[in-house]
Design a protein around this ligand. Structure first.
Ligand SMILES: [Zn+2]
Ligand SMILES: [Zn+2]
Length: 193
């Protein structure tokens, strides 16, 4: 593992700026990996980890930097719950831990650095230093990760009988005997303009 400072440099490059959310994300991922005993997530252990993130904000970019889990590698899963939380699944041991940021951490940052007016700066400084227990709650959980959701899954590709587009990873649905993509089955998020 790199140090928090080293990760901060990488995170700033990846995200475009440094902010409290990034520090929190770095700490959150480091804590999760520590609990799982994974210490080389982008090297030797790179195939061990699948991460579920619950928000699409600054912290998520930082979690990607530490874990090496990316959407394009299928090792990062997004569940849009709007929470600064993530679950780290160790595919080798089958263990998983969910780490969530505590609401009280903002108040704690205010207590630690009342002299810093800028909330972002105040929290950035505090979140670097606060112990894990003041920043996060964690819980050991079980996550069912289907084989079709695993990195490296190879399965048959089918075509939607309505729109003709190809569908990977068993994402098709069968409706009244027809094989459809999720959009044609009613989950379409867009409409023709
Ligand atoms: Zn940010
Ligand atoms: Zn379709």
């Amino acid at each position: 593992m790199k140090t928090l400072d080293e990760y901060a440099v990488l995170a700033e490059q990846a995200h475009g700026h440094m902010c409290a959310g990034q520090v929190l994300g770095l700490r959150l991922a480091l804590y999760g990996l520590k609990l799982l005993g994974i210490d080389d997530p982008t090297g030797e252990d790179r195939k061990r980890l699948v991460s579920f993130v619950e928000i699409d904000r600054c912290a998520t970019d930082a979690i990607m930097v530490v874990t090496g889990c990316r959407l394009g590698k299928r090792a990062l899963k997004f569940r849009d719950f709007g929470k600064v939380a993530a679950t780290f699944c160790d595919l080798q041991s089958g263990r998983a831990v969910r780490v969530a940021a505590l609401e009280s951490s903002k108040q704690r940052a205010r207590e630690l650095y009342p002299e810093i007016d800028n909330k972002n700066h105040q929290q950035m400084k505090a979140y670097r230093e606060m112990p894990d227990s003041e920043l996060f709650a964690h819980q050991w959980v079980r996550v069912h990760v289907g084989e079709e959701d695993l990195p490296g899954f190879k399965g048959p590709r089918v075509s939607c009988e309505s729109c003709g587009e190809g569908i990977n990873f068993r994402r098709e649905v069968v409706r009244d005997g027809r094989t459809l993509c999720r959009a044609c089955a009613g989950e379409q998020y867009w409409e023709p303009a």
